[in-house]
Write a protein that binds this ligand. Structure first.
Ligand code: GAR
Length: 208
């Protein structure tokens, strides 16, 4: 069993896709051992509770400074003893101690085709606003390992999504979720649980 901890900040539709995948068996040999949110009001926490998953909130607001928050966050992760950490709409900068400790064991979903519309300041709806502003005809989502940079780690999986002329950021966001995110994030976790994913020279190799 691959022990998975999922970090969330908001609605948790990607978390739901993972919960459903585990329940339906499309993600085999995976146990979601903990959901961690930085936001007490995240609907994702309700989704975790509904699924009977241990859910905790570690909010920066409850700590005097960033270092203390980072320590508490790292503690909440370590306590769950995960084999894999999934950032599923987690909008907090990951402490570098965590990245070092869990090298190639943290994955993130980003709502664009990296390297477009990614890096500092590109998260959530802002990504889709930028894509529409630029007028791209194709966008999508990316699952990647997390390294020290922002959205710079080795890419595991990508899926493209067509942009329509009358799209609003909200409409495009929903389509990218439905047609890409909710598919490639569960799939990436399943591949990792199957032991099929490795990183060689900074590139992801997927065994057939
Ligand atoms: C998703 O679109 C995810 O790709 C994005 O936040 C949303 C969370 O939705 N993540 C980022 O922008 C990370 N840079 P959800 O809470 O419904 O899964």
């Amino acid at each position: 069993m691959l022990r998975v901890a999922v970090c969330v900040s908001g609605g948790g539709t990607n978390l739901q896709a993972i919960i459903d995948g585990v329940k339906q068996g499309t993600i085999a040999n995976v146990e979601i051992v903990r959901v961690i949110s930085n936001n007490r009001n995240a609907y994702a926490l309700k989704r975790a509770a509904q699924a009977g998953i241990d859910a905790v909130c570690v909010s920066p607001r409850d700590y005097e400074n960033r270092e203390l928050f980072n320590e508490a966050f790292l503690g909440a992760v370590d306590e769950a003893a995960p084999d894999l950490i999934v950032l599923a709409g987690f909008l907090v900068v990951i402490p570098s101690a965590l990245i070092a400790k869990y090298e190639n064991r943290i994955i993130n979903i980003h709502p664009s085709l990296i390297p477009s519309f990614c890096g500092t300041g590109y998260y959530g709806l802002k990504v889709h606003e930028a894509a529409l502003r630029r007028g791209v005809k194709v966008t999508g989502a990316t699952v990647h390992f997390v390294d020290e940079g922002t959205d710079t780690g080795p890419i595991i999986m990508q899926k493209s999504v067509a942009v329509r002329q009358d799209d609003t950021p909200e409409v495009l966001q929903r389509r990218v979720m439905e047609e890409a995110e909710w598919i490639i994030l569960p799939k990436s976790i399943a591949l990792i649980a199957d032991g099929k994913v490795s990183v060689e020279d900074g590139h992801v190799m997927i065994a057939e």
